[in-house]
Write a protein of this length. Structure first.
Lengths: 351, 307
């Protein structure tokens, strides 16, 4: 009897524990009857809460805000639950996929007068040549960073990272698509290659780099860099900027052989229940003073040229990507079936 | 007399309908209590499981959707050396975690079971308390301890034990620490339960017959608590295979275990069929181990309650 009681106690405790063990999730409520609602799906750490609150106050529309941490996660959600979200943000190569899969609605730019604030070079991208389905939000680059306190060598290219002095001391984005893309570019192939032989070769090159990689991390690179846990690596531009705010010894380097650019656009998922509210929200975000506020908190490059003008000098410098660098930059494209090859090479690399 | 007769009559007559009535009530009660669980299991376990099974024999669409054409390729792919190696690495990692947890958990549980009853609950509670904090936060706490400029390195440098900071984080050792730390209570609790109900008279008998403490331990204590050891091993081994975030956060995402592989199929490769097949294979592996456990502990004790 006593033993049974003991077991029951332990069972309850274990069940309790397993509940606490389970991870976190995001939520979004749908309420189609109420017109004053908007369900937004965006990257984590990408839009200040204050901006949402101000929008709610001004319009009386209640915003339900859900977040994700990869394009793939966003795609999976939009693909499975239609009508769940009224507005989402996707990188260009995923805008491409979403359009091809018929998962997004057309956007009437006539209802977003503030589109005029967006620089011309950010419109009419390959993924959405007529801007029928998407509106630019923020953009940026992926570059090399070095902590000059810990490294003497002048690094100019991705190839330089092979130097044995970087043994077990680099942080690399945990993103198969970009990292294998960079390796492809180092070998002189297209970073958007779908050729199995080329991708395999890129995988071999990355295996040579692996002894130098201390950690794969996309979201927390700034802390690793600022604390000197790593000497350098390949990170998102904004992560580099945030790390520099903490540690002035850190330096941005635009790699010689290849500069990867990304741009995130707003899209309206198919079956959105509050389309009008979504358009209002986009227009609100594109106001120069609102857009400026976003960048003050999250120093990503901003396609909103009017907003950039309002930024203080130091932040403008921080987010600036020199024009000649931006010109040679390459945007990632969806590689379709080859995604499976990228994944296999990635799994091989991580053995 | 008459009163009595009346009384018996009065009790006699309603007895039959009463029984009938209560029988009906019990049935109703059974339906009421069992159906939520049944519906719950059906909706949230069997239907999704069936869906996973179906998806695992489908093909991947060009953009990562599911194409409804039958194929066994997803399972065949698992026998490529690449994926077999991932399974071997995962199992080796899980086995190491289990071994450490059980070897350290056993004396731990033994001490708790031997301590005076009034402290026992408190000691058990101390094992459980860390679970009240989210496991991600506890993992980050380890990062603060282990990193180059972390607590441990700073202290060791200050007392002059080391000249250079040690590389404690972002290697498989760190991953192992993370696994052991997270799953240690899962080993201690079943071990405690089986040690606690151990009949002391057996131990006394052993020593009366001249058994030395270690002989008593090997020949009496260990065999009698063996089901607890197996239960502890399973409770540690199985979750280890799925804890992808620990190898991501503490191992620097450099080694892929089967949990990471499955996660990647859903979130980066958009290959749901292969991810489903991998999940099914993981489930089959788990099931085999549980069957093994039932065979080992079969019938002898009421430990099966734990499952």
């Amino acid at each position: 009897m006593k033993a049974r009681k003991g077991f029951r106690l332990i069972l309850v405790l274990l069940i309790l524990a397993s509940f606490i063990m389970s991870g976190c999730g995001s939520e979004a409520t749908t309420d189609s009857s109420d017109e004053k609602v908007l369900n937004v799906f965006n990257w984590a750490e990408y839009l200040p809460k204050k901006v949402i609150k101000d929008f709610e106050q001004e319009t009386g529309i209640k915003v339900n805000y859900g977040t994700y941490s990869s394009n793939e996660e966003m795609f999976a959600k939009l693909n499975t639950g239609q009508g769940q979200y009224d507005l989402a943000v996707a990188s260009l190569y995923y805008v491409d996929v979403l359009i091809k899969e018929g998962l997004v609605e057309e956007i009437d730019q006539g209802k977003i007068p503030n589109v005029k604030n967006i620089g011309e070079e950010f419109l009419g991208k390959d993924a959405d040549p007529e801007d029928k389905y998407s509106v630019p939000y923020l953009w940026g680059e992926e570059l090399i960073v070095m902590n000059t306190d810990l490294v003497d060598k002048k690094v100019t290219s991705i190839k330089d990272l092979l130097d044995p002095q970087f043994k077990n001391s680099l942080v690399i984005l945990d993103d198969p698509r970009t990292v294998i893309g960079s390796a492809l570019a180092v070998l002189g192939y297209s970073p958007n290659s779908t050729n199995e032989k080329e991708i395999e070769e890129a995988g071999k090159w990355l295996k040579k780099l692996k002894p130098n990689i201390k950690v794969f991390d996309s979201d927390n690179a700034k802390a690793l860099l600022a604390s000197g846990e790593v000497k350098g690596g390949i990170v998102y531009g904004a992560e580099a900027s945030l790390a520099i705010r903490e540690n002035k010894a850190i330096e941005k380097i635009y790699p010689k052989e290849f500069l990867s650019l990304w741009q995130d656009n707003f899209v309206i998922p198919k079956g959105a229940k509050h389309k009008e509210n979504a358009l209002k929200f986009i227009d609100y975000i594109l106001r120069p003073e609102v857009s400026k506020e976003i960048v003050m908190d999250y120093p990503y490059a901003n396609p909103n040229t009017e907003a950039v003008k309002l930024l203080p000098e130091d932040i403008r410098k921080e987010i600036d990507i020199p024009e000649e660098e931006a010109k040679r930059g390459t945007h990632m494209k969806d590689v379709g079936e080859a995604t499976v090859i990228y994944d296999r090479i990635w799994a091989e690399l991580k053995q | 007399m008459l009163k009595k007769e009346n009384a018996t009559l009065a009790t006699d007559i309603p007895i039959k309908p009463k029984i009938k009535h209560s029988k009906k009530k019990i049935n109703l009660a059974a339906i009421w209590t069992i159906s939520p669980v049944t519906i719950w299991l059906l909706l949230f376990l069997f239907i999704p499981l069936f869906f996973i099974l179906v998806v695992s024999v489908m093909s991947r669409g060009t953009y990562g959707g599911i194409e409804y054409t039958f194929t066994l390729e997803n399972y065949a792919r698992f026998f490529e050396p690449l994926y077999l190696r991932i399974i071997v690495v995962s199992i080796a990692m899980a086995a190491a975690t289990t071994l450490i947890c059980v070897v350290f958990g056993y004396p731990f549980a033994y001490i708790i079971a031997q301590s005076p009853a009034k402290y026992r609950t408190l000691l058990l509670l101390l094992v459980i308390v860390p679970f009240w904090t989210n496991s991600l936060i506890r993992t980050y706490a380890w990062i603060v301890l282990l990193r180059t400029e972390g607590v441990i390195n700073t202290i060791l440098l200050k007392i002059g034990l080391i000249a250079e900071p040690l590389t404690l984080l972002y290697n498989s050792g760190a991953t192992l620490i993370g696994f052991v730390y997270t799953l240690f209570p899962f080993a201690v609790l079943p071990l405690y339960a089986s040690i606690e109900k151990l009949d002391r008279t057996f131990l006394e008998a052993s020593s009366d017959l001249g058994g030395r403490p270690w002989q008593t331990f090997l020949n009496v204590t260990l065999p009698l608590t063996f089901p607890g050891v197996v239960a502890a091993s399973l409770l540690v081994f199985i979750p280890t295979l799925g804890l992808f975030f620990i190898s991501d956060l503490m191992g620097g995402a450099k080694t892929m275990i089967i949990g990471n592989l499955i996660k990647n199929q859903f979130l980066t490769a958009r290959d749901w069929p292969f991810g489903s097949a991998a999940s099914i294979i993981l489930m089959v592996l788990t099931l085999m181990m549980i069957l093994f456990y039932l065979k080992v502990s079969g019938g002898k004790t009421d430990d099966t309650e734990l499952l």
